[in-house]
Design a protein around this ligand. Structure first.
Ligand code: GDP
Length: 301
């Protein structure tokens, strides 16, 4: 249901176009596939992914001898799902069963890192885990207060220093607090000024070094937060972050605010990093574990 509601904009534009296409073409031919390519590109699936997708569809149509367009629609659903997940467990967060799990949130300003950190902390807490937040975005004005608001809302403590202080030392203190309190999960918000790439990347490396030193094997997750409404830009940002840190999963935010939900496909296919969570609104419960089948179903129903 959440997916259905959150994806209403994408669904309206995408499924209506596909349904119209299926109505206009009873039989599948080259023109049909060309129009399908256009629809996918308009939904921000990205040219490379569209080409691969349509190639796969043509293969399937040929092997299964499908000529009717409405029969092909089922295959479209199947192929889209396949493109969205490479393995069943890939959307699961990698949580340390024997102690502290450290999760780093990275991404550019405005992508939704702080919001997602708050939502995720709340979600993990509701699953029975003891959670702590670290306000290591000491750069963006208001980020620390904003995280505190989320912490208050969820009843989760926030470890923080003053604005402008060294983020690695915030994380250091947060790790100490997490250990002494025997917390299950420490979630670290970080800064995202992409205009100063070298510094940003150095800062992330320093944070990771501190985590590694204090907690061998951590961070268990480096979640890259991407704003779905920025379409192909999100993809380019992701490529930069992937170079700088070992991103273990993607959180795609603001899917509710865009008709271009097709970006999920491009992210999964071109980056080869699993999409683990999606943001479908601004409220505390508007964070969902990514479910490829529900997503594709949400697009068509
Ligand atoms: P940060 O700079 O990366 O920490 O970004 P913020 O967490 O401050 O988020 C930027 C804006 O995006 C805020 O106004 C959030 O309320 C909004 N936002 C974040 N996630 C979502 C989402 O999934 N859906 C919608 N509609 N808005 C979101």
């Amino acid at each position: 249901e959440k997916f259905r509601d959150g994806l209403s904009k994408t669904r309206q534009s995408f499924s209506e176009k596909v349904n119209n296409l299926v109505k206009r073409y009873r039989k599948v031919d080259e023109d049909f596939f060309e129009e399908l390519e256009d629809i996918l590109i308009e939904s921000d699936v990205g040219v490379t992914t569209v080409m691969d997708l349509v190639e796969k569809l043509k293969d399937e149509a040929r092997t299964r001898n499908i000529k009717d367009s409405d029969k092909l629609k089922d295959v479209i659903v199947e192929v889209l799902s396949d493109f969205l997940t490479k393995s069943k467990d890939e959307t699961k967060l990698n949580l340390n069963p024997d102690g502290l799990t450290v999760i780093l949130m990275v991404g550019v300003n405005g992508a939704g890192k702080t919001t997602t950190a708050g939502k995720l902390a709340n979600r993990l807490r509701n699953e029975g885990k003891s959670v702590l937040l670290a306000a290591a975005d000491t750069f963006r004005a208001g980020a620390i207060d904003q995280l505190q608001v989320w912490g208050d809302r969820a009843g989760i403590d926030v470890i923080k220093h003053q604005e402008g202080s060294d983020p690695a030392s915030v994380v250091f203190d947060a790790l100490k607090a997490a250990k002494s309190r025997h917390a299950d999960v420490l979630l670290c918000d970080t800064a995202g000024r992409l205009q100063n790439k070298v510094n940003l990347m150095k800062e992330l490396e320093k944070i990771k070094r501190v985590i590694n030193r204090e907690c061998p094997g951590a961070p268990q997750e480096v979640l890259l937060v991407l704003d779905a409404t920025t379409g192909q830009n999100a993809l380019n940002q992701a490529k930069l972050f992937r170079q700088a840190s070992d991103v273990t999963g993607i959180v795609l935010t603001k899917l509710d605010g865009t008709a271009k939900g097709g970006i999920v496909l491009a992210v999964r296919h071109e980056l080869d990093i699993p999409v683990k969570l999606v943001g479908l609104g601004e409220k505390i419960n508007d964070l969902q574990v990514f479910d490829a089948d529900a997503f594709v179903y949400g697009l068509f129903s």
